[in-house]
Design a binder for this molecule. Sequence first.
Ligand code: BEZ
Length: 211
Amino acid sequence: MSIKLGDTAPNFQAESSLGDINFYNYLGDSWGILFSHPADYTPVCTTELGYTSKLKSEFDQRGTKVIALSVDAVEDHQSWIKDINETQDTNVEFPIIADKDRKVSELYDFIHPNASATATVRSLLIIDPAKKVRLIITYPASTGRNFNEILRVLDSLQLVDAHTVATPVNWENGEDVIIPPSISTEDARKIFAKGVTEIKPYLRYTPQPNI
Ligand code: BEZ
């Protein structure tokens, strides 16, 4: 199944390092990050999962729950987590799905046969509290993802859900944001009390509204 932005993220039941999980029950009303990695006991994956674990307070601040996945067995996940904790100086608390029968991988299109017939690629989805898919990225096995970028996208999505704005290239939380073309400059001057800077009629900035 091919999942696209705006689709409802499908629910599933799966075995995980923390026991059986119903995806929707795990997410509750939170934002969610579901990410696949190629295999347990591999170096790039070890650094990715360790770093994600270290970002726990950042995800908590953004009301976001994290869940990982590979097609390895639950016993491997549990044993590998000890290695991750030891080598990355952390304590992995989020669940890792043991998708041995590839049920979830097929549901979410995490196996790309021309990349690998057996291992999952490095895909990551951000899912909002309405269970809509808001971001999909897929990286090759040899390239670790940038989880600071995932935090940045979460900040952008949560901002644009609360205010009618967009965020420009390389935007970081706290920087000026873009007024979308759907708002005229005249209306923008009424809506955005902090001011509007018009560079071109279609390129207008305002200070971030929620700080
Ligand atoms: C890794 O996680 O280190 C890795 C996994 C598959 C292929 C290459 C690297």
